[in-house]
Design a protein around this ligand. Structure first.
Ligand code: NAD
Length: 337
């Protein structure tokens, strides 16, 4: 192939990949109705990333590799995230995970690096704001900068406190995942099947679709749960008594917020693989669906030093488990809208 034809075919592949990924993102984030399995989306995304890395001149700011989620839908009021809600970079195998760990140790010039290991819950990210201990606002991640105001829906989730406990800060933004536990998901689909209604393709879809209902009485009937995994804005900051991410999660627990019980602090990068393997073995017995492990640099100072790239923090990674979803897909289930 001549150089010119090669360039033209690469540009064509790039345009095709971007167009397909944009369409799939719209179906997934806006309609809550994906048309392809996640593994297929991930495969196309990785290919796009590879081309952009090899040909930096072809990178564009509007590429799906630079974006988070999708802008808020018009049906909801918009909430601006003062601290952006970003996505996560992925590792799909031990080699890329080890390369990530090594990169962090080199950048921080510290060894050992301590990590906070958390199951990667398969649901939808939300931001919940408390003022004077009262839940005053909740929002979806949206495109990371603007989300949808879903306060009345989040208020219906049983384990989300409407009032914090103890010595909480005046203003506290909590971030975490809303998910549908497997037992509730199966029961819900069974009932829908019996009534001849449409069923959800998977618990992630069920959680995202339930959260974005216009009538909160419908959300209230859905078996949703929440686990907190980060703090957003906190005022005044002096009420944070530790500079470790793990300790901050424990602090959230003291204020009454639920935190995933499998969360652990690991004192060395060497422990990450063992945690990943162990959770992988426990995965089938967990009451909720997870699709990997999120490893976060535990020291807040280290997180600040590493900072962010366009769509994800440099200090965290989602180490994914092999896809299970293909099975659900092959069963050819219908979707709940
Ligand atoms: P992601 O799921 O890859 O990772 C970021 C998200 O992980 C966060 O926003 C948060 O919601 C969640 N999360 C769960 N536990 C967490 C924890 N402990 N700490 C921090 N975050 C945690 O995010 P994404 O950017 O929403 O989506 C990309 C993925 O979505 C792709 O890998 C793909 O599998 C899927 N997707 C699929 C389609 C499709 O058509 N099938 C389309 C778009 C995206």
């Amino acid at each position: 192939m001549s150089e010119l034809t090669e360039q033209a075919s690469l540009e064509k592949e790039l345009a095709d990949l971007r167009q397909r990924l944009q369409q799939y993102s719209y179906e997934y984030y806006v309609l809550d109705q994906p048309s392809v399995p996640d593994a297929e989306y991930d495969r196309l995304f990785e290919r796009l990333q590879q081309i952009e890395e090899e040909h930096p001149a072809l990178v564009s700011d509007s590429s799906p590799t630079r974006k988070v989620g999708a802008p808020p839908a018009g049906a909801f009021a918009t909430v601006t995230h003062e601290v952006p809600m970003l996505s996560l970079d992925n590792a799909f195998d031990e080699t890329s995970m080890n390369a990530f760990l090594q990169r962090i140790e080199e950048r921080l010039q510290t060894r050992p690096v301590a990590w906070c290991a958390e199951p990667k819950l398969d649901g939808a990210a939300v931001s919940i704001l408390y003022e004077d201990g009262k839940l005053v606002q909740a929002a979806t991640r949206g495109d990371g900068y603007k989300g949808e105001n879903i306060t009345s829906n989040v208020r219906t989730i049983r384990n989300v406190p409407l009032q914090l406990r103890g010595d909480f800060p005046q203003r506290l933004e909590v971030r975490g995942e809303v998910f549908m536990p497997l037992a509730g998901f199966e029961k819900f689909n069974e009932k829908a099947r019996q009534q001849g209604d449409k069923v959800f393709a998977n618990p992630r879809n069920a959680a995202a679709g339930s959260l974005r209902q216009l009538d909160s009485r419908i959300t209230a009937q859905r078996p949703l749960q929440f686990y907190a995994y980060a703090m957003g804005q906190v005022e005044p900051q002096r009420q944070l008594d530790d500079d470790s991410h793990y300790q901050r999660l424990l602090q959230l627990k003291k204020w009454g917020l639920p935190v995933c019980p499998q969360t652990r602090r690991l004192s060395d990068s060497k422990d990450c693989e063992a945690y990943y393997k162990k959770l992988g073995e426990e995965r089938a017995g967990l009451p909720y669906e997870i699709d990997g492990v999120v490893f976060k640099v535990d020291a807040i100072e280290g997180q600040q030093q590493l900072g962010f790239v366009s769509r994800a923090p440099r200090w965290a990674i989602a180490y994914k488990f092999p896809a299970q979803e293909q099975l659900t897909w092959l069963r050819g289930v219908d979707f709940q809208v």
